[in-house]
Design a protein around this ligand. Structure first.
Ligand SMILES: Cc1cc2nc3c(=O)[nH]c(=O)nc-3n(C[C@H](O)[C@H](O)[C@H](O)COP(=O)(O)OP(=O)(O)OC[C@H]3O[C@@H](n4cnc5c(N)ncnc54)[C@H](O)[C@@H]3O)c2cc1C
Length: 347
């Protein structure tokens, strides 16, 4: 049986980063990927002259988040990041800058003043719960909106944001997801509250050349002691005397004292026996299914606000058994897939 210092299961961006860090720290690493290519949902592909990203479209927390730390320490070359610009909201023919902070919400003119005040009250209630240490993973966004008499327009808007962030509406979106869309999860309460209420999450970046360029830079930085095997599915994490000792796949068996699992949490119980509390948490996770359409536009979508370089429009469709909803979420950008449309389904 072949022996390694560490085995990484799953070569999405998480597994690749784990494999890179371990191998750069001198470990002999085997990285297993069941698909025929690496990157997971963090990939791009070209259609004619256009680059289509399969999942992430912005990087938050660049400069102070974990991706920056990993790039600084382990990448031999770093992709060039550019600012993604502002987010905009369109109501009919009018376009507004997305409101992130309390002052911006208060002056967000598409909503009635009573709605604006209630949004601020709901945000303050949320931040008070956050500061008092309440578990916001267990609370849905609707629990906060339900306390105030919002108009239908505001409720639909909040529902759209939830779908944009998680693929499901405000009944199923944990309120913690709204907070984690800020720049850095590891901040003190006071800093986090200030960020959410007064600063907003405005600084987003995009790697030039598409999301795939992060994966490409990472692959070019992998040392020789890291080995990737695609088309190979891990089926079992082997435990001996209470410690991990290797991995069984559909093609063989490998020994290692360190195993990193970077596949979906939900399927981990199929590979290894876990304590019951973990099992329940993982198997109860709900998975959202979304359909993303990338539209190449031959007409400006944002009137005077739009940059000369073009735009793209994000349309999120939340799919479930009962209904299919469509929420346009357009914003200007430097990418310009003109006169082209393409669609893909991610689940
Ligand atoms: C549509 C969409 C938009 C997003 N937008 C953003 C964004 O704008 N900004 C942002 O920061 N994040 C965004 N995200 C989230 C971000 O893309 C993901 O959090 C991140 O890419 C997940 O990486 P991962 O490596 O954990 O998982 P994945 O990319 O899912 O990779 C897991 C890999 O493990 C492999 N695998 C699973 N089981 C096994 C097994 N048993 N054996 C071998 N291999 C296995 C899979 O084939 C896969 O390649 C978005 C996600 C989606 C889907």
């Amino acid at each position: 049986m072949e022996e390694y210092d560490a085995i990484v299961i799953g070569c999405g961006i998480s597994g690749l980063l784990a494999g890179l860090a371990l191998s750069k720290e001198g470990k002999r690493v085997l990285m297993l990927e069941k698909d025929n290519q690496v990157g997971g949902v963090c990939r791009s592909y070209n259609v004619d002259a256009f680059t289509v990203d399969t999942g992430p479209h912005i990087i938050t927390g660049l400069g102070e988040g974990p991706i920056q730390l990993l790039m600084d320490n382990y990448f031999d070359m770093v992709p060039k990041f550019i600012k993604n610009g502002e987010y905009f909201v369109r109501f009919g023919d009018a376009v507004y800058t997305f409101p992130w902070t309390i002052p911006e919400w208060l002056s967000f003119s598409p909503f009635q003043i009573t709605d604006r005040l209630n949004i601020v009250r709901a945000l303050l209630e949320l931040m008070a719960d956050y500061a008092s240490g309440k578990n916001l993973d267990e609370k849905a966004v609707v629990e906060y909106t339900g306390h105030y008499p919002f108009s239908k327009r505001v409720l639909r808007f909040i529902d759209s944001i939830c779908i944009f962030l998680t693929g499901v509406g405000m009944k199923d979106t944990p309120v913690s997801r709204i907070l984690s869309s800020g720049r850095n999860k590891n901040k003190t309460n006071a800093k986090k509250i200030k960020e959410v209420l007064l600063e907003g999450g405005k600084v987003h970046h995009y790697p030039k050349g598409g999301i795939q360029s992060i994966v490409n830079a990472l692959l070019q930085s992998l040392p020789k002691n890291a080995e990737i095997r695609t088309d190979e599915t891990a089926t079992q994490v082997v435990i001996e005397n209470g410690s991990v000792s290797g991995v069984v796949t559909d093609k063989g068996e490998y020994a290692a004292d360190i195993v990193v699992y970077a596949g979906p949490n939900k399927t981990l119980p199929e590979l290894v026996k876990l304590p019951e509390s973990y099992n329940q948490r993982f198997t109860n996770l709900k998975q959202a299914r979304t359909l993303t359409l990338w539209l190449g536009l031959d007409k400006k979508n944002f009137l005077e606000i739009e940059s000369k370089k073009g735009s793209f429009t994000f349309l999120g469709f939340a799919l479930n058994r009962q209904s299919m909803k469509a929420y346009p979420f357009p914003f200007p950008s430097f990418r310009c897939p003109l006169k082209y449309h393409h669609s893909m389904i991610l689940s």
